[in-house]
Design a protein around this ligand. Structure first.
Ligand SMILES: Cc1cc2nc3c(=O)[nH]c(=O)nc-3n(C[C@H](O)[C@H](O)[C@H](O)COP(=O)(O)O)c2cc1C
Length: 347
């Protein structure tokens, strides 16, 4: 018996793998890093190592939360974890709710720690579930994969369009405050496609979040995904109406960086290492990716390793061409903003 939560996770994975679930513009096409015609460094000297929540990483790439919770998701999680271990980059597992409800489903998560004994792994639970079930769920989620951090996700757009969604956000900041003060591991609060404004980011940092993932607009659209899953007209229409909802990732990173009290992760529509470089120049510490890694993660370990090599190569190329030899220098390179991103940031 897998249950509703579990089969929903499999639905999501299949929909994302087989159909075009992305929607909208993350804004990175309107960010241009300033070309340095005389970079005075050698491409072979570019150093992409960095640090995140006290951990040394070999690249500023975060494998963002996607899956687990159904037996058929174990293989893809194993491939993602093997990549996290091989490249010494962090990985977040998908929502652990299904396995918290039904411990028989733990294997699709525990496989991650088995394949990545040394990698930085983040557990995942929704803020609503944490509020409703209490800290015991968070402790169990952390213990399940021996997590180095816990991602608490916010997904109210999805909840509104999902037929079976949770529609109360009352008490969420208190829930995060409590988790941040009581849990043994750092708390990363993440949006999942609608982005964080500077006001929301401030409130979350003030509530004790150790890091934030902006989860901006321009990647997989939960309005589109839940519309495809909905069988009734009312929810399908709601999905349509709110297709454009959200803060483009580039704008969200720019805003959150202004109020930062901890590391910032950029996810939402990053497609390659150049987008990663732009995100870091805008103020992110790590560039997170989910959907763009999914096809190769489903194909197998070799394909995924090759994809991540390519992304790191693109990041290094962008750094060389801006004259940034390390990630701190990349964070300070000059950029131009055009179009909507320029208008939304007043810059
Ligand atoms: C198939 C799929 C499942 C996801 N499941 C979760 C989840 O369970 N928990 C979560 O916090 N985010 C989840 N996400 C959101 C991602 O972690 C990420 O924030 C978002 O997809 C934006 O990044 P991207 O554009 O690189 O995909 C999921 C994304 C995908 C594509």
């Amino acid at each position: 018996m897998t249950g509703l939560t579990s089969s929903r996770k499999l639905d999501h994975l299949h929909l994302c793998a087989r159909t075009d679930v992305a929607f909208g513009d993350s804004g990175f096409s309107e960010v241009r890093l300033v070309h340095n015609a005389v970079p005075e460094c050698s491409a072979s000297d570019i150093d992409i190592r960095t640090e995140f929540l006290g951990r040394k990483l070999s690249a500023p790439i975060f494998i963002a939360a996607m899956t687990g919770g159904h037996p058929d998701t174990a293989e893809v999680n194993k491939n993602l974890a093997a990549a996290a271990e091989h490249f010494n980059i962090p990985m977040g597992v998908g929502s652990q709710r299904a396995a918290l409800e039904n411990p028989d489903l733990r294997d699709s998560f525990t496989v991650v720690r088995e394949a990545a004994p040394n990698a930085f792994l983040a557990g995942n639970i929704s803020a609503v579930q944490l509020r409703d079930h209490g800290l015991e769920w968070a402790d169990r989620a952390v213990e399940m994969i021996d997590a180095d951090a816990l991602c608490i996700h916010l997904n109210f757009l999805q909840e509104m369009i999902q037929v079976e969604g949770d529609r109360s956000a009352v008490g969420i900041l208190d829930t995060i405050r409590n988790a941040a003060s009581e849990l043994k591991v750092p708390v990363i609060v993440k949006e999942t496609g609608s982005g964080l404004s500077k006001e929301a980011a401030s409130a979350l940092f003030d509530a004790g979040a150790d890091a934030l993932d902006v989860g901006g607009f321009g990647g997989p659209s939960w309005a589109k995904i839940e519309k495809a899953r909905a069988s009734d007209k009312a929810h399908q229409n709601l999905g349509d109406t709110f297709l454009e909802w959200g803060i483009p990732t580039a704008v969200s990173v720019f805003e959150v960086a202004q109020v930062r009290k901890g590391p910032v992760i950029a996810t939402g529509g990053l497609k390659n290492g150049l987008d990663a470089a732009k995100a870091i120049a805008l103020g992110a510490d790590l560039a997170g990716m989910a959907l763009t890694l999914l096809p190769s993660a489903l194909e197998g370990k070799d394909a995924l390793f090759e994809r991540i090599e390519t992304i790191c190569g693109e990041l290094k190329t962008a750094m060389f061409l801006t004259g940034a030899t390390n990630i701190s220098e990349l964070a300070n390179v000059r950029y131009y903003l055009t179009g909507t991103v320029s208008e939304m940031t007043n810059k």
